[in-house]
Write a protein that binds this ligand. Structure first.
Ligand SMILES: Cc1ncc(COP(=O)(O)O)c(C=O)c1O
Length: 397
């Protein structure tokens, strides 16, 4: 009997490729042992949280027997956590942000859902450069909109501003960018973002309805070789930054993120009220109490990024030695090389035979590539070298 909504049945069918890969990975690990499998498939930060998190947790334990330590709170988050976050973000984003002008959410994922629920009319479109984080399609679809991927510039994965301009119509409600980027590691430059902001200013005037520019930036802290990650908030009044402490504090399971609109948004109070409401009525209610305390006390510290930088070097050596073509990631913890031979699914299946797990580019709307995460120890990266070379030689012919 049909117990599910047809939309969910369709999603379940579509998700089967990633699920099959995930299950095959589990089987390999069960058969050969965890250490015999090189798993580059999951973007789950493996570095320990910074010491400030542990300290905050033991401080909190002393309050465990007090009333309301774990109780409900304002839907937008604890006032002290919003204040700590606002002070931090004012420096990071280069624009003064008030504690009342941001909302703490259940991760960036919860923030994106609260945002789309607040602004999308049925049939509205959200443009995003492709490849893209595959969950975006769900986050937009959950609220009656549809995602409109626009290919990034081939060869560099930079924004194709002309193509974005051509894709904008009266239905466009937002342009969603992610920098540093999952899965390519591209970081958009100040020039590109300024150009995009100018385009959206023009189109907003033309259509008489704001087109939001949303920056999903949980990897902001992880840019290599001193690359700048410019903030969009000072560039455009309808800019909204959505992020989290999932990656910089390795707190992904605690589900703490935030939505921060540009303080220059003319309808700022209305917007804040709307996101506070949608955060509540979507059933998130408020972000986790413990996670907010940890964030408030640890914000400003971060995981040891030099470990990620060393792994990036090690992965570069492995891929270069084997002969792969790839754009050097400027940020985040992913590589997105070309799949030799072009068939990304067949290629990833062959890697699996060598006990190497990678995700086909098709899962990010970009066939012909594959994604590797470097949330794994350097020894795993080194151990994978032989398998990568073997499969490259087989497919590159
Ligand atoms: C690009 C991107 N956006 C959003 C998220 C969701 O992050 P969070 O844990 O903050 O919800 C992820 C998680 O991997 C991501 O890669």
């Amino acid at each position: 009997m049909q117990i599910l909504a047809s939309e969910i049945t369709e999603h379940l069918k579509g998700a089967s490729m990633i699920r099959k890969m995930f299950e095959a990975g589990l089987e390999l690990k069960a058969k050969y042992g965890e250490d015999a499998v090189c798993d580059f498939s999951l973007g789950n930060p493996d570095l320990p949280a910074p010491p400030a998190v542990g300290q905050a947790l033991s401080d909190l334990a002393a309050d465990a027997d007090k009333p309301f330590t774990f109780g409900y709170m304002p839907n937008s988050g604890y006032p002290f956590a919003r204040k700590a976050l606002a002070d931090y973000l004012s420096g990071e984003q280069g624009i003064a942000i008030d504690a009342d002008d941001l909302i703490i959410t259940c991760g960036a994922a919860g923030g994106l859902n609260a945002m789309f629920h607040a602004v999308l009319e049925p049939g509205d479109e959200v443009i995003c450069p492709s490849p893209y984080f595959v969950e975006y399609g769900f986050y937009v679809g959950n609220h009656g909109g549809s995602l409109r991927p626009v290919p990034a510039r081939p060869g560099t994965f930079e924004l194709d501003i002309n193509a974005i301009g051509d894709a904008i119509t009266a239905k466009t409600r937002a342009v969603l960018i992610n920098s540093p980027h999952n899965p390519t590691g591209v970081v958009y430059t100040r020039e590109q973002l300024t150009e995009l902001a100018a385009l959206l200013t023009k189109k907003t005037e033309e259509y008489g309805r704001p087109i939001f520019l949303i920056a999903d930036e949980p990897y902001r802290f992880l840019a290599f070789d001193g690359v700048e990650v410019p903030s969009i908030l000072p560039l455009y009044p309808y800019a909204v930054t959505i992020s989290s402490v999932s990656k910089n504090l390795s707190l992904a399971g605690e589900r703490v993120g935030y939505v921060v609109p540009s303080p220059n948004m003319p309808e700022l109070r209305e917007f804040i009220g709307a996101i506070t409401l949608t955060n509540r009525i979507l059933g998130f209610v408020n972000a986790p109490a413990i996670g907010q305390v940890l964030m408030a006390k640890a914000i400003g510290s971060q995981v040891n990024v030099t470990v990620y930088a060393e792994r990036r070097k090690a992965m570069t050596r492995v891929l270069d030695d084997a002969g792969y073509n790839f754009v050097m990631p400027k940020g985040a913890f992913y590589f997105f090389p070309e799949a030799p031979g072009g068939d990304d699914k067949a290629f990833c299946a062959a890697l699996q035979e060598e006990r190497i797990l990678a995700v086909p580019g098709s899962c990010f709307g970009c066939p012909g590539h594959f994604r590797l995460t470097f949330c794994v120890g350097e020894e795993v990266i080194r151990r994978s070298a032989e398998g990568f070379k073997k499969v490259y030689d087989r497919f590159a012919k």
